[in-house]
Design a protein around this ligand. Structure first.
Ligand code: GCU
Length: 460
């Protein structure tokens, strides 16, 4: 129960359901909890309605329900590896829709890669509108500081999104940038999709992490770090789809089935933040990496896949919708992704694959999202099932990374170096695809030192 509580805790639906529990009382003080609970319930109800509108547009009456991981559940997720692969076939990243086999990098770049991008746009993450507005970045605060004995300069920067499409919708993207104070040449920067927790919220034990803070590790290398607040780009609920950058592009109207979901919108926000970094002489914009955990691990992978300017990625426990194969049935299911708590991460069309269609009908799978990152280095991180639980499907992420290998090899790079899932704690960083399963929970903290070692092969 404990494990599942943590894994599901950030979804609006689950918050609404559990917020009255004694456990929740321990993590937030009660007055704030009450207000937060009511707000989450309102957002959840509005999300249910928005999802219903989308189902009506798609002509779908009902979807298969998500798994319920709680004890005594009538519809528990599968955690039996022998039943985890109901579909035997993964789409081949190197075979074009017309059957042509890709044997040269030119074929990949000109034909196959655009096909895969189009499939992710159409069926999973949605399309960025061609008229997406411009963003003007302004430093609103700059402070000299010392972090872990290292002199730094921290800037609060806001990306003001042009709101002429709908002057009632304001999108102000929040970015914090911390750079070493003494810079002799442009430095690499690691950008993170940062969680913003509700007031009074204390991180539950399962996500707590006593590892050295990643920001310290990064600064010790002489690199900088940036933290993007994803919810300042797009709210993390379906109710917010008529607001934020998605709502602004739709002039406050509900989405159409091809329109982007929150993951694509968050990735767009990271790309705009990289535009800003490109203007700074202190930053080496060719050495900017992206990182995130859980839903933001999904967002980090989407960012890396779509924006080829990002040099490297650390993808933490991203699970389904991120690095885990949709065709696997282990832990989180399609029904969870399509539920009112999560459907907003995707485009409307994605719902079809939990209704009339199945994951097996998707023209692409997660290994091809990793393949879109090629030839750039990607590190997939996950925790121990004992601590993290089975929801993220640790093996499914590894399998996807293995299946992305042929594309890396085609482009003259090295794959993971093995197809066999290694024992926990094994570091696979000798190729351009990297992997480590740490002994902790739903965090990538324990893997940061290994990621830094990996990144040092690329950052100078
Ligand atoms: C839920 C959700 C996952 C997601 C996670 C998180 O558990 O089902 O897909 O990764 O929340 O972001 O916290």
């Amino acid at each position: 129960m404990r494990r599942h509580f943590h894994l599901l805790m950030f979804s609006a639906a689950t918050w609404a359901a559990i917020a009255g529990s004694a456990r929740a009382q321990q993590v937030m003080d009660s007055a704030r909890l009450q207000a937060f609970r009511e707000q989450q319930q309102r957002l959840y109800q509005a999300s249910v309605q928005d999802r219903q509108l989308m189902l009506a547009q798609l002509g779908i009456d009902s979807l298969r329900p998500g798994y319920d991981p709680n004890p005594g559940s009538k519809y528990p997720p599968n955690t039996d590896e022998s039943k985890a692969n109901p579909y035997t076939h993964l789409p081949d990243p190197l075979i074009c829709h017309d059957g042509e086999r890709v044997t040269t990098p030119a074929q990949w770049w000109q034909k196959r890669r655009p096909e895969i991008v189009a499939a992710f746009d159409t069926c999973i993450y949605g399309r960025v509108p061609p008229h997406a507005p411009t963003v003007t970045w302004r430093v609103v605060e700059e402070k000299q500081d010392t972090q872990w004995q290292i002199p730094v300069i921290t800037r609060q920067v806001i990306g003001y999104v042009d709101s002429s499409l709908d002057t009632a919708i304001h999108v102000h993207i929040q970015l914090t940038l911390t750079l070493p104070a003494h810079i002799t040449r442009p430095v690499p920067v690691m950008m993170e999709f940062g969680f913003v927790f509700p007031p009074g919220f204390r991180l539950p034990a399962f996500m707590r992490d006593s590892s050295t803070p990643w920001q310290k590790l990064v600064l010790e290398q002489g690199w900088g770090y940036a933290i993007l607040n994803p919810t300042s780009v797009q709210e993390d609920n379906g109710a917010g789809l008529t607001r934020g950058i998605i709502g602004l592009c739709n002039r406050g109207q509900p989405r159409k089935p091809y329109d982007w979901g929150a993951l694509r919108a968050w990735a767009w926000g990271a790309s705009r933040a990289l535009d800003y970094l490109e203007t700074l002489p202190e930053v080496n914009a060719h050495e900017v990496g992206i990182e995130g955990v859980s839903r933001y691990g999904k967002a980090a992978l989407v960012t890396m896949a779509y924006d080829q300017r990002f040099a490297i990625a650390l993808i933490g426990s991203s699970g389904k919708g991120g690095a885990t194969l949709y065709r696997r049935d282990f832990g989180e299911g399609m029904g969870n992704l399509a539920s009112a708590a999560e459907y907003h991460w995707f485009c409307g069309n994605f719902l079809k694959y939990d209704g009339p269609l199945t994951a097996n009908d998707l023209p692409v799978d997660a290994h091809e999202l990793i393949a879109l990152c090629a030839p750039r280095p990607v590190f997939i991180s996950e925790g121990s099932p004992e601590v993290e639980g089975n929801w993220v499907d640790d093996r499914g992420q590894f399998m996807a990374e293995v299946a992305a290998g042929p594309v890396y090899r085609l482009l003259g790079k090295k794959d993971l170096g093995t197809t066999k899932m290694p024992p926990m704690g094994t570091v696979l960083i000798s190729g351009d695809l990297a992997f480590r399963q740490h002994f902790g929970g739903h965090t990538d903290g324990p893997n940061w030192p290994y990621f830094i070692a990996f990144a040092k092969k690329y950052f100078h």
